[in-house]
Design a protein around this ligand. Structure first.
Ligand SMILES: [Zn+2]
Ligand SMILES: [Zn+2]
Length: 273
């Protein structure tokens, strides 16, 4: 089965014009799975040559706004383009409540206006489910997706594993730190997309720094789990410390000990497996 990973946005919270917000897609066979929907994800999809109404699987890693910020645009523009299938959304506990409040209540005026020119209602309301960590929540067309909780400060965060029937394994993390259980769960993965927010020294200066993985921790994780390739992303340090080379320097630190490939994330980076 043809499988590929594409990073839509390699940035994080702040308005870095060179890096859009967290979002990525995994293509499995003919299906596009979208993980997170951060700043400008809809536009990034277009740059990747994908129209929004053709993506009907959206999965949130957690509900920090940098990972969800473009949801309104993505959901509504998909409706405008006329979805053929209902958009299905999954995420940690709280996702159903989040999406329900996001779609109809603030947009009553817009929705009434569009329905007023005979726009069909179909395709507007997503079908949303909160995921129970540890479960396979999606199984179809020769692949399955399961979720595992990872520590990320005081918020519930999930990582996802896409496995194909012919043995390919891609893991998409949001924010958070690898644990021994996570090592076991991701063993032998072909690709793991992992956050690399800042150096150990930088994170130590931030009040939220302990919520993120440091480059040496990422390298150790990659070796322990025998991951074939890591894709780094979510470069907070670049935005706060202003060091444009921070992402490459962190990759160099990871390569000092990690035995697999390291791909420094950039917007629209695509890796075919
Ligand atoms: Zn984040
Ligand atoms: Zn976060």
């Amino acid at each position: 089965m043809d499988v590929s990973f594409q990073l839509l946005g390699s940035g994080a919270v702040r308005t870095n014009p060179d890096r859009m917000g967290p979002a990525q897609i995994v293509k499995v066979g003919g299906r596009v799975l979208m993980f997170d929907c951060g700043r400008n994800a809809g536009t990034q999809l277009a740059k990747a040559g994908i129209l929004p109404h053709t993506v009907d699987r959206l999965i949130y890693t957690h509900l920090h706004f940098d990972h969800t910020a473009d949801s309104v645009y993505f959901i509504f523009v998909g409706w405008v383009y006329a979805r053929k299938n209902v958009l299905k959304i999954w995420g940690p506990k709280g996702t159903k409540n989040y999406v329900e409040k996001l779609v109809r209540p603030p947009h009553e005026v817009d929705i009434a206006s569009r329905l007023g020119h005979d726009k069909p209602e179909f395709g507007l309301d997503p079908e949303v489910a909160d995921i129970v960590p540890g479960s396979v929540f999606l199984k179809e067309d020769g692949y399955q997706v399961s979720a595992m909780q990872i520590p990320h400060g005081n918020i519930l965060a999930l990582a996802y594993k896409v496995e194909t029937d012919d043995g390919k394994k891609i893991v998409v993390c949001g924010d958070g730190q690898p644990t021994p259980k996570f090592v076991e769960w991701t063993k032998g993965a072909d690709l793991v997309a992992i956050e690399c927010s800042g150096t150990k020294e930088f994170l130590a200066t931030q009040p939220w720094g302990s919520w993120h993985a440091t480059p040496p921790e990422i390298a150790k994780y990659g070796n322990d789990a025998r991951v074939k390739r890591l894709v780094t992303k979510h470069f907070v340090m670049e935005d706060i410390a202003g060091d444009k080379n921070a992402a490459e320097k962190m990759s160099a630190t990871i390569r000092e000990t990690y035995k697999g490939e390291v791909h420094t994330g950039r917007d629209l980076l695509e890796i075919k497996l």
